[in-house]
Ligand binder design. Structure first.
Ligand code: GLY
Length: 295
């Protein structure tokens, strides 16, 4: 049996429905997650991932992606990639075709081109319009990050998949925060921050404010909590509780961690707000909402 989790209502729906079809086609876990995230990246309507995502403060779309396989801790990631989609597929190539874990920026773009990806303009009429609107408002430019969070533009899609008995893969794709400083990288492509998977314990993923999630090493911490005997919900709650204790700013924007244990239970928690997560299990798709621990 294969189960898949995907973050956020609108992009997560695209990811989970695509993943569900890939399960029916008999695809392996890596391919199921890659297809789910690639479908989001190629959808120009989704403003926080891939083609048509909201750009950085220079008006350039910069993408991050990562994948980790819990069978042997294989991992691959790319960050600050311009003009290439889907970057989740490039991250998978880094994992499978190179001895490295991460390739950054222009060199990641060149690696992608060497692997047959075609460079393209990721700016659509809609994200050019939104960028021009943002740029013309000095007050908005001043409060760039807060604006991005308020409007939920920073909705990274992170996915976890597992198949019985006890094999897990995690993957993530994002354009990061809208209007970010060029070259800024958040948690999503960072193994341990944005994703982590270890078949001995479980897998976890993060979404939301990348700086805080990275400082808290949210995904690794959740997996280590499961290794110490917590179930997935307890592991997420404890990770978020620790962030709330040690990182006072982590309530300024949503910081989310979600996890699946090697036994197949799953859960999620957020520092603030309400987090929607899609689940595809036994051929059925449903969305559940999660809050801060004890809320
Ligand atoms: N969580 C995505 C980012 O902050 O880049």
């Amino acid at each position: 049996m294969t189960t898949i989790l995907a973050t956020w209502e609108q992009p997560g729906k695209v990811a989970i429905e695509t993943a569900s079809r890939a399960i029916q086609d008999g695809a392996d876990l890596r391919t199921i997650l890659e297809k789910g995230l690639a479908a989001c990246e190629l959808d120009p309507e989704l403003l926080a991932i891939g083609l048509g995502a909201l750009p950085n403060s220079d008006g350039e779309v910069e993408l991050d992606g990562s994948m980790m396989d819990g069978a042997d801790l294989s991992a691959g990631a790319v960050c600050s990639v311009r003009g290439i989609v889907p970057v989740i597929s490039v991250a998978r190539r880094v994992m499978e075709k190179t001895p490295h874990v991460m390739i950054a920026g222009e060199q990641a773009r060149r690696f992608a081109i060497s692997q047959g990806f075609r460079p393209q303009n990721l700016m659509t009429a809609e994200n050019v319009r939104r960028y021009d609107e943002w740029k013309q408002s000095p007050a908005e430019v001043e409060r760039a990050y807060v604006h991005a969070a308020d409007e939920h533009y920073g909705d990274t899609v992170t996915m976890i998949g597992w198949e019985t008995p006890g094999h897990l893969v995690a993957a993530s794709s994002t354009s990061g925060l809208a209007w970010k400083m060029p070259g800024r990288v958040g948690d999503s492509p960072i193994i341990g921050a944005g994703i982590y998977a270890d078949d001995d314990a479980g897998a976890a993923g993060a979404t939301g404010w990348g700086e805080e999630l990275w400082k808290g090493m949210a995904s690794f911490r959740a997996v280590e909590n499961m290794r110490r005997g917590m179930n997935a919900q307890e592991a997420c709650d404890e990770t978020i509780r620790q962030m709330l204790r040690r990182q006072p700013r982590c309530v300024d924007m949503m910081c989310v961690v979600f996890a699946a244990s090697k036994d197949g239970d799953f859960g999620a928690a957020t520092t603030t707000g309400e987090f929607p997560m899609w689940i595809c299990q036994d051929g059925k798709i449903e969305m559940r909402k999660y809050a801060a621990p004890g809320a």
